[in-house]
Design a protein around this ligand. Structure first.
Ligand SMILES: C[S@@+](CC[C@H](N)C(=O)[O-])C[C@H]1O[C@@H](n2cnc3c(N)ncnc32)[C@H](O)[C@@H]1O
Length: 312
């Protein structure tokens, strides 16, 4: 098994094979993380090829900066939200790109840093923000939202069957004292979720995932981002999205469908409102999944689903 503190780019070979079709092209890695996929892309490009890497997290960008040092003339790294891609490219006067990669979720570095609060495996502050300079932390969310809101978050983003029970326990606990550490939250959950070891997954897994998705508003604006970025691809350019959650994958699937000309509006609507356009050919009728060997070597990739569209 790999060292889990180092991020291993998921489905790397497949991503490179599908994404890099033009050696001197311009590629966007929307979630550069520790730079694993970006490094693979840059290695394949000819001297005329370029990469723009984006990430919300300045800490991981610093790691990518080091990793991609030898390519410094051919890549640019930006601390930004990828959902702003059309604006970012407009400001740089870039009208077209040859490929866009989005690898959603969080990196192993983030998960392994107790200070960031993403993991229940080590004690740390309940932060969970990708961009630590702004926005609501997990601590604020847990201590301020109503029981109903918390349960909804856990159900929707964590598919947690014990959502009500966990939300009730959180609210009862915070009446006595504020919940501010990952270990406190983990212990509250393990006390109320009926499970006995050996667990397939730890009982706190789904709650921590749900909170991370809520804190970073990961699903918000994802569809709009896909619809507004696909037109920026040059003919033949590929849009590749790796998702790790069924709701995320559904958004990607439906946005790609709209872009391939299939209207997904309910029949009751008098006119199309889903933004259906025929500009993308879907290359993955079913998502590509990691092989059992990759999952065995790198368990966090087990839920990955890769979808690809090609600009026509
Ligand atoms: C799975 S990791 C990417 C790993 C990367 N592909 C590699 O091989 O090292 C996902 C990254 O996306 C970043 N991220 C998540 N949402 C983002 C957003 N809306 N805008 C920019 N970056 C985001 C996270 O900070 C994290 O570093």
């Amino acid at each position: 098994m790999f060292d889990q503190a180092v991020h291993h780019p998921v489905l790397l070979e497949k991503v490179l094979e599908l994404l890099v079709w033009k050696g001197d092209g311009l590629y966007i890695d929307c979630t550069v993380g520790e730079g694993g996929h970006s490094e693979g892309i840059l290695k394949l490009l000819s001297p005329g090829g370029r990469l723009i890497g984006v990430d919300k997290d300045k800490e991981v960008l610093a790691i990518a900066e080091q990793r991609l040092k030898s390519f410094s003339g051919r890549r640019e790294l930006l601390a930004a939200d990828f959902k702003q891609l059309p604006e970012i490219l407009k400001a740089k006067k870039i009208a077209q790109v040859d490929g866009v990669l989005v690898d959603l979720g969080l990196s192993s570095y983030q998960l392994a840093s107790p200070r960031r609060g993403f993991s229940f495996m080590a004690d740390g502050p309940l932060d969970m923000r990708f961009d630590t300079s702004s926005g609501e932390t997990a601590e604020e969310l847990i201590n301020l939202r109503s029981q109903g809101e918390l349960a909804k978050i856990l159900r929707q983003f964590g598919e947690e069957r014990w959502a009500n029970r966990i939300a009730r326990a959180i609210v009862q606990h915070r009446k006595k004292e504020r919940i501010s550490r990952t270990s406190e939250l983990r212990d509250i959950i393990t006390r109320v979720v009926p499970t006995s070891p050996p667990y397939r997954i730890h009982p706190a897994t789904r709650t921590f995932q749900a909170l991370r998705i809520a804190v970073n508003r990961e699903l918000e604006g994802l569809r709009e981002f896909i619809l507004s970025s696909a037109p920026l691809l040059a003919k033949g350019g590929r849009f590749i999205i790796l998702s790790y959650h069924s709701l995320e994958d559904r958004i990607v699937k439906e946005a790609f469908r709209s872009l391939s000309g299939r209207c997904i509006c309910p029949p009751s609507l008098p006119e199309c409102r889903c933004g259906a356009k025929n500009i993308l050919r879907i290359l993955t009728s079913k998502p590509i999944r990691p092989s059992p060997e990759e999952i065995e070597e790198n368990p966090p990739c087990r839920s990955a689903r890769l979808r690809v569209g090609e600009r026509i």
